[in-house]
Design a protein around this ligand. Structure first.
Ligand code: C2E
Ligand code: MG
Ligand code: MG
Ligand code: MG
Length: 282
């Protein structure tokens, strides 16, 4: 009897693994098809200068609706990274950001940032691809900032070389989700990124817990000393915006992004937000 039970359990385990495998595989097939057919969408989230309230940049975020339901980018981006076709997604994003928003950002003197993966840094054709897209649209490289996580930015000397090349072409480099991964001072010094984006897990300690994460002031101080711009992610309350504006060392720039200023939105909505934003600035 015992061996029968064991056999049953083993059968169930195998069925479960096969089902998981099938599920991931079919998701991969559908995602690859979506990239080919261009049935992905982009949304944009405003980034605001905390001192003036002006929208200074937007982040492009990818959306994929599968069988009528949005799949989290955390899930499908990770899948594309694992299965080594993230490069196709990144290129799709860059082409479409330029198509949808190129002239708007140029006219409004703002910048758009896109998220790139460590795979893109290994792709020797990537810098030329970017340059080519920009030239066709007659746009300059400073209009497109590149966001990289600490993990991919700190991935050895070849990543550092690739980042250096992208910077020399005129792209700003943003370290995304700063404070959650590697955070080694040697790589920060070596890469000299233009900006760090403080992860929202730090932001959310402000106003929600009795004690503010004690490292936040240290991060702000360090960024200021290293001449790096700080972008605060995940600002949901007025209190958080006020805190960061006051905590940044005098004279250093500080930008913020989060639901307080706007959720990620389709391009049409962004355009009217930008029009309203510049009208209130006059
Ligand atoms: P990320 O680059 O750190 O993007 C910020 C995420 O925080 C976005 O999630 C955004 O919707 C969310 N967020 C913004 N403000 C707030 C806030 O006030 N509160 C809260 N709770 N969340 C906020 P999203 O769009 O789900 O994207 C998740 C992650 O997926 C991104 O994190 C990025 O790592 C990845 N991702 C998204 N689009 C792309 C893409 O085109 N390429 C690559 N490689 N990765 C992407
Ligand atoms: Mg990002
Ligand atoms: Mg982030
Ligand atoms: Mg994130």
């Amino acid at each position: 009897l015992e061996s029968q039970v064991a056999g049953g359990l083993l059968g169930a385990a195998i069925a479960f693994i096969l089902l998981q495998f099938y599920h991931t595989r079919s998701m991969e097939v559908e995602l690859r098809r979506a990239v080919r057919r261009g049935t992905l969408r982009l949304v944009y989230q405003p980034i605001v200068d905390l001192k003036t309230g002006r929208i200074v940049a937007v982040e492009a975020l990818l959306r994929w609706s599968r069988r009528g339901r949005d799949v989290s980018p955390e899930v499908f981006v990770a899948l594309a990274e694992r299965r080594r076709f993230i490069g196709a997604l990144t290129r799709w994003v860059i082409r479409n950001v330029i198509l949808e928003l190129g002239t708007t950002i140029e006219e409004r003197h703002i910048r758009v940032t896109v998220n790139i993966a460590s795979e893109d840094l290994k792709d020797l054709g990537f810098p030329a691809f970017l340059t080519d897209c920009l030239q066709k649209a007659r746009l300059t490289a400073n209009l497109i900032g590149l966001e990289l996580t600490e993990r991919s930015a700190a991935e050895g000397t070849s990543a550092a070389t690739a980042i250096g090349l992208l910077r020399s072409l005129g792209h700003s480099i943003y370290i995304d989700d700063f404070g959650t991964g590697y955070s080694s001072l040697s790589y920060l010094h070596r890469l000299a990124p233009d900006a760090i984006k403080i992860d929202r897990s730090f932001t959310q300690t402000i106003g929600t817990e009795a004690v503010t994460a004690p490292v936040v002031p240290l991060i702000l101080e360090m960024a200021s000393k290293l001449n790096m711009l700080v972008v605060v992610e995940g600002i949901e309350s007025r209190e958080q915006a006020v805190y960061f504006n006051a905590a940044v060392p005098n004279g250093s720039p500080i930008w913020g992004q989060g639901w307080l200023f706007g959720k990620p939105m389709p391009v049409s909505e962004l355009r009217s937000l930008l029009a309203r934003n510049s009208a209130t600035q006059r």
